[in-house]
Design a protein around this ligand. Structure first.
Ligand SMILES: Cc1ncc(C[n+]2csc(CCOP(=O)(O)OP(=O)(O)O)c2C)c(N)n1
Ligand SMILES: [Mg+2]
Length: 376
């Protein structure tokens, strides 16, 4: 099965990646500006949470998506509102970025509001989880977001199930599932993809290959270079995207989505990236010891904001002066300030944060709610 890391090679399941016929060729300049803004927002969300956590204002574990934002933004941008997603622990921004194209403040948007997501992080009564569980352990049936769980790869069978149900109900939807490369060693990963391949279910499995699964590097996880080769065993397409390049991610995921929506079944899209921090914030200090500093520096170098800005300058969509106005790229959470981000981005998130901070805590009498069956 052919795989590629470039934008120009012919690799798609149906030949759509040839230059001039790529999904991104249909994007307008406004789409590019919107994608850049969404990258800024995902980054701002991450650095703001890191800062709040360091100030002792948050409980729970923070699984940073720093440096991996292009995977979320690029994969979500081309989906239809009724499509399903299943984010994992590292994909917190996906909960509000889903269907962002319908308008950040559109009340009919098929994604969570920024207030809901911030409430979840702050553990408030206004959150979907009502302070019961870790940040990413949320979902929304009505918004078609499969509840994130701790069981790695456990959402792939759920994704196969919901699109099978949609198919039986006459709906042509696609489910996009997110998984770390480490989770591809789970038995359920293979069982679910095999089932989806046999039934030709419209499931797109994204592998966020950030080179590490907790403290385990990829060469201890898998003998081959490309995790997309996992697809070979099931006779389905396995694509490789540059996970730092939002446009390459968009192209590869859209090829897989169009393949799925046309009734051709599942695909795997591996997005190559690098985990900027520790596994979670509890692991930051340890990660500094088990990962060589040069590797981290190299891995962070291709910042998705920088890659997108360079692309837009080359295409004449952005001037150098505009690109330099908000220089968040290449900076860690301790180095950035609000001035490094467009005001509309920091204001949007601040609205969610302020809402969550003021929101009430759940009442202690709620503790046993939803644990036992009502009346027993
Ligand atoms: C089935 C299962 N095994 C182990 C764990 C513990 N665990 C949580 S995250 C993680 C590492 C995941 O690595 P990867 O899939 O590459 O995702 P990343 O955190 O790098 O984004 C492990 C081992 C788990 N949650 N579920
Ligand atoms: Mg990983």
């Amino acid at each position: 099965m052919a795989t590629t890391t470039t934008d120009t090679a012919q690799t798609s399941p149906d030949g759509q990646s040839s230059p001039g016929n790529r999904p991104s060729d249909r994007l307008t300049h406004d789409d590019y500006r919107e994608l850049l803004k969404q990258l800024y927002l995902a980054r701002y969300f991450d650095v703001r949470l890191i800062k709040e956590k360091k100030r002792g204002r948050l409980r729970g574990t923070l699984y940073s998506s720093h440096n991996q934002e292009a995977i979320l933004v690029g994969s979500l941008y081309g989906l239809e509102p009724m499509d399903w997603i299943s984010p994992i622990h590292r994909d917190m921004p996906a909960f509000f970025l889903k269907d962002f194209r319908s308008g950040w403040d559109n009340p009919d948007r098929m994604g969570m509001t920024i207030e809901e997501v911030c409430s979840q992080v702050w553990g408030k009564a206004t959150s979907p989880g009502r302070a019961r569980d870790n940040w990413s352990h949320i979902g929304s049936k009505s918004k078609r977001i499969i509840h994130s769980t701790s069981m790695l790869a456990g959402t792939i069978p759920a994704a196969a199930g919901v699109v099978l149900a949609d198919r039986l109900n006459g709906l042509n939807t696609v489910a996009v599932t997110y998984n770390g490369e480490g989770s591809t060693a789970q038995g359920v990963f293979h069982e679910a993809i095999n089932f989806a391949a046999v039934e030709k279910l419209p499931v797109v499995t994204i592998i966020e290959n950030n080179q590490w699964a907790y403290g385990t590097p990829t060469h201890y996880e898998y003998p081959l270079e490309d995790f997309a080769r996992r697809a070979d065993g099931y006779g389905i397409p396995g694509l490789v995207a540059d996970g730092q390049d939002v446009i390459d991610v968009y192209n590869k995921v859209m090829q897989a989505v169009e393949h799925a929506r046309s009734g051709n079944g599942p695909s795997i899209v591996e997005c190559k990236t690098f985990r900027a921090y520790g596994h979670g914030d509890h692991d930051d200090d340890r990660a500094e010891k088990y990962r060589p500093a040069e590797e981290v520096e190299k891995g962070r170098k291709r910042d998705p904001l920088h890659v997108m800005k360079t692309r837009m300058i080359e295409m004449g969509i952005l001037t150098q002066e505009e690109a330099d106005k908000h220089p968040a790229e290449g900076k860690g959470a301790s180095e950035v300030t609000d001035a490094d981000f467009p005001a509309e981005v920091s204001e949007y998130l601040s609205r969610g944060v302020n809402f969550a901070v003021k929101a009430p805590l759940p009442d202690e009498t709620e503790g046993a709610m939803w644990v036992f069956k009502e009346g027993e």
